[in-house]
Write a new protein. Sequence first.
Length: 291
Amino acid sequence: MRSFAPVFLSAVVAWLELAGTAQGGNFYQDTEMTWGDGRGKVVDGGRGLDLTLDRTSGSGFQSKSEYLFGKIDMQIKLVPGNSAGTVTTFYLSSHDDEIDFEFLGNVSGEPYTLHTNVFTRGQGQREQQFRLWFDPTTAFHTYSILWNPQHVIFAVDGTPVRDFKNHEARGVAFPRTQPMRLYASLWNADDWATEGGRVKADWSKAPFVASFRGFSADACVWDGGRQRCPEGTMEAAAVAGAGSGRGWWNQQLSDMSYRRMRWVQRKFMIYNYCADAKRFPQGVPAECKLR
Ligand SMILES: *[C@@H]1O[C@H](CO)[C@@H](O)[C@H](O)[C@H]1NC(C)=O
């Protein structure tokens, strides 16, 4: 798992360049704790935020702003050691739509599951799950959601792992009208998370800690019923042209990024709703058959 083909590495570098160099925000300014009664703490003068989970409670925070499209990055270092039963989340959500990253813990030495989902009009059932190609507990890694009018692209350290496209023309709902807030949490899901709930959290190892830093939202902020985009968001994209990768507003996967995503999916995807015919006896959802 540790050896990468050189072509893969250079592709990662290319994506990172396209992704730009937005600086991490300040957690005091940009976020607020939502629950956990002191179990979530801003650290390092605002540059980081630690969430903890003990037998009594987990914790969570949210962004102060709501966004309507943007590129959201977060660096996360997940609960190390025996993280069985814990779930760390990082997601965008509105009343009806949601774009989810969830990290399902495991017993020491066994891999986490990266779980992704997209809800539109309250309807989810679009899970795709992956193994990670690194240990997500020893260092910070960047998890990104690129959300523009045509795509929801999930990326890990700049590598796209999933691209949910706007297929509204083919009758598939797309999150496009409701501003979303960013949420993150660490909580106990030992009734289902690890091997369907068979493996429980080991509370002798509590408190569990997941660390966040480098939150950046290059995004259109929803402000008093108006969408305010960073200057040049649409202009830059219009000049650069769709797919050129300057500016997230028009960004889509280049042929090279698309091939890289397919490579990741072939090697690391462990569940795909589109391949779960048993679950959809009437046929898999429409977007599964569209490219
Ligand atoms: C935990 O590890 C086992 C063994 O490698 C694996 O089968 C299982 O899917 C993992 N569970 C999660 C939640 O990732």
